[in-house]
Design a protein around this ligand. Sequence first.
Ligand code: ZN
Length: 333
Amino acid sequence: MHAQAGNDLSEGLWGVIFILALFACVVLHELGHALTAKRFKIVTRDITLYPIGGIASMESLPDKPGQELLVALAGPAVNVVIAAGLWIYMQSADLMPDLSKLKSADEIQNVPFVFNLFAANVVLVVFNLIPAFPMDGGRVLRAILAFKMDRTKATRIAATIGQFMAMIFVFFGFFFNFWLVFIGLFVFLGASAEAKAEDTKAGLRGVKISDVLMSRYSVLKPDEPLSNAVSLLLDSQERSFLIEENGEVKGILSRKEIISGLTEFGKNASVQNAMKTDFPHLKTSDLLNDVMERFETKEYSLMPVFKENKLAGVLDLENITEYLMVQNAIKSS
Ligand code: ZN
């Protein structure tokens, strides 16, 4: 009885160590992407780990197909190296299990730890190289296509191939393994999102900030109470406000800051307590595509725009979305 419990404990412990080792492999995979991106002067903001892998979010994406290809391949390449290292170790230490002798799934427990880790890395390589967004394979495919055609077209073709593969996954998932249905849906949504993001980018190519500038917007003074910001928020469609005094921008107050300001300081506190004072100084001549990432990362929802150091208006995401809708409508009419 006691021996049994001890056995369970050590099995559980090995399970935990295995999960930790697997996570380390995923982190190294993402570092592979991040460090390769760094060589092309692309900064990685953070790395998020999910149960099925990780995502390194970069401040921009490599535009040149050669660079995108290398950044996308660098992650799986790390797992290839780890798997190869474990393989060589197993060969030299004579730990290689005879897989043909495994008769049932239960016996997989008898397989050495290193072999499981080796197998997990092989799975990571294969899974990530599925040629569909948001997997690395989708980016590899787009990069290869982009050598021959423009990026928007390459993205569209890669996204269509990805969605086709996703449907095959879902189909087979119903018959064989329900997990495939989830993976299929994940891939399908990822492919749609990638195609949409690229369409936006294409639609905004060459568009200057002055083309989508908003000149009518509400402003607040730094010493006004937060309750004034709340009334503006509730009375209008606007969700973010400029804080101005004597024609000078002092800060930005978004819905998020209003809510956290109310919790922290109460409704009678002045807006300058809650406002964000570090904001970008955009120029009317800047290209819209260069600032879109700051919206996409939800860093800012509204940004002041200057012309010759004087406030010219504000840029907000809602307005850009409307601009794109209008442009699409004109194109298709
Ligand atoms: Zn990857």
